[in-house]
Unconditional design. Sequence first.
Length: 142
Amino acid sequence: MSTETRDRLALRMQPETKQKIEQWYQADNCKSQNEFVERAVNFYADYLAARDNSLLPEAIQSVIEGRLGVLEDHIARREFTRDVELDLVIGIIADAFEIDLDDLKRRRAESVRNVKATNGLISLEKRARSRQEQEWDEEWQD
């Protein structure tokens, strides 16, 4: 026999509600109708708590989520277009120059360092200026 103590609750319900409990408690893998009712009450109470603790009203939250969806779609389209253009440029460069695999590995490592150092805010002007400074340093060392 179980040593667990539970509180009793007298409950009156519509016949349709009783029929739903009888119909669904086994489908939810509950051992008893009591377990099903307890789960249902906890589920609904959690739902109410989450709804009440929201910082924004549901209407505003829905509008924000809709706008974010539009923004995500816009960004995805732009990223796709940018990736197509990047693939085009890479293809042209690969066809125009024969690049040594060791040189390619070195350049990839250099690019990774550059992107990390600038948090991805690299510009052609900064890269050209950096290259010129490296060349000047090399000339002064010779």
